[in-house]
Design a protein around this ligand. Structure first.
Ligand SMILES: CC(C)(COP(=O)(O)OP(=O)(O)OC[C@H]1O[C@@H](n2cnc3c(N)ncnc32)[C@H](O)[C@@H]1OP(=O)(O)O)[C@@H](O)C(=O)NCCC(=O)NCCS
Length: 148
């Protein structure tokens, strides 16, 4: 396996990020939204790169100056289960802390056992249920982590 690293998103990565998004979610974000995220919070949009191939991303924002929101994460199917999801979130947390934010929240489908397991392993805990949060009316867990 080629060596992988986590780095800042660049606009040239957009096509790969959108491919990963489309193949990972039944209700994907519109591709152009990623450019808006990059424009607003460039340090909070990271990609995982293996060799010269972008194989995953994490993206988030800061809300009200003090609340981190991890808005999306996905890893290319072929590269899952190798620790890239964890590495992306760990680096995301380093970045958000350095901007003075010490709380991160996210939403996850109550049926997404893999992602829930990943978040719990990294110290996120369920703090609420958002009824019919997704377009298909699936419920979501609201999860929160206080960063040390
Ligand atoms: C969720 C996702 C990003 C995880 O990425 P990944 O690179 O495979 O994750 P990692 O290899 O870092 O695994 C981290 C943890 O996730 C969980 N996990 C990963 N693959 C799993 C599997 N097949 N079954 C159960 N748990 C699994 C485990 O807790 C794992 O920890 P461990 O390695 O100590 O057992 C990836 O599965 C994905 O892109 N899914 C589709 C998009 C999605 O659902 N995103 C989350 C939206 S809220």
């Amino acid at each position: 396996m080629s060596e992988c690293s986590i780095r800042d998103f660049k606009p040239e990565d957009l096509q790969r990020v959108c491919e990963i998004e489309l193949s990972s979610f039944s209700h994907p974000y519109p591709c152009q939204l990623f450019l808006v995220y990059h424009y607003l919070f460039p340090s909070l949009f990271l990609v995982a790169e293996c060799g010269s191939r972008v194989v995953g991303y994490v993206v988030g924002v800061v809300e009200n100056g003090d609340k981190g929101h991890l808005t999306s994460i996905a890893v290319d199917r072929e590269y899952r289960g190798r620790g890239l999801g964890k590495s992306l979130i760990r680096e995301f947390e380093v970045r958000i802390k350095s901007s003075g934010v010490f709380r991160v929240y996210l939403e996850v489908s109550v049926r997404n056992e893999v992602a829930i397991s990943l978040y719990k392993k990294l110290g996120y805990r369920v703090v609420g249920v958002l009824r019919e949060y997704y377009p298909d009316r699936e419920d979501a867990y609201l999860m929160l982590k206080e960063l040390e």
